[in-house]
Design a protein around this ligand. Sequence first.
Ligand code: MLT
Length: 327
Amino acid sequence: MRLQIRPLLAGLAALALSAGIAAAQNFPTKPITMLIPFAAGGPTDVVGRLIGEHMSRTLGQPVIIENAVGAAGTLAGQRLMAGASDGHTILIGHTGTHAAAVSLNPNLRYRPVEDFAHIGLVNTNPIFVNVRKDHPANTLRELVTWLKANQATANNAHAGVGSVSHTTCLLFHSVIGVKVAGIPYRGTAPAMNDLVGGKVDYLCDQGVNVAPQTRAATIKTLAIAQDQRAALLPDVPTSTEAGVPDFKVIVWNAMFTHKDAPPAAIEKLNGALRAALNDATLKAKLTEIGAEIPTAEQQTPNGLRAFIASEIARWTPIIQAAGVRIE
Ligand code: MLT
């Protein structure tokens, strides 16, 4: 009996394996779901939609955006891990969800390096410090002075503890020596609405969300947290020019899929991401909204994995020095 079952099982296993290989080679066989960890209309959403639209053309299947908001963006990562491993679900994570969260959140339910398949780095973004338009501060130095006098009552909007807007303002606070309670939102799209509405005092945010409001003078943008001014908002001084040279930070978005996704699916997703990032029209659009294209190495799965590990190492001492932890 055993002699007959063995070849049968071996045959079935071989059949299943070849069916699996064929499915992976035909990937994608249905629409791709792109999980965005923050609210629609915000920085992650805008970049994700642009990239997703281009990838859908390369892959021959729609890329459907799902704003899976919660737990400062980490819920989307949990969703990806718990879902199907066929590569049809992808996630746009960022500096907050896949680097800073590691040291901020002792209960983080995933390990950004080990628990995902890495597809590639998508873009980097500059960070700007912004105040409501009727705020008394007109320069970064004036905001520092104001914060030192008003830290107990100041309202700092952010997209949840561990988000980019939270961690970058945290860095700003640590550099200037203040502690301010934040007001969490589901993303910086709604946080920006309240800054424009004058309901909160200030917000550290990515250029794509900031520039339209700065140009319309519905907010005041006091500095960009880097050494060079950005073409996006050339009149905004650098943090060095504005007197806080130690406040420098660049944030990024990156693409992931399920850890056990078939290698052929990862390869196709990566090919579609690289096609998007190297398309002249899309590149121009991304540059126009202030996003920068990563290096060729960072656009690969291995390059992203190494980058994420280096970013976790970079953010851990910053978060520890700021003495903040989500409990
Ligand atoms: C967003 O898309 O709303 C932002 O990336 C949130 C954040 O500040 O991390």
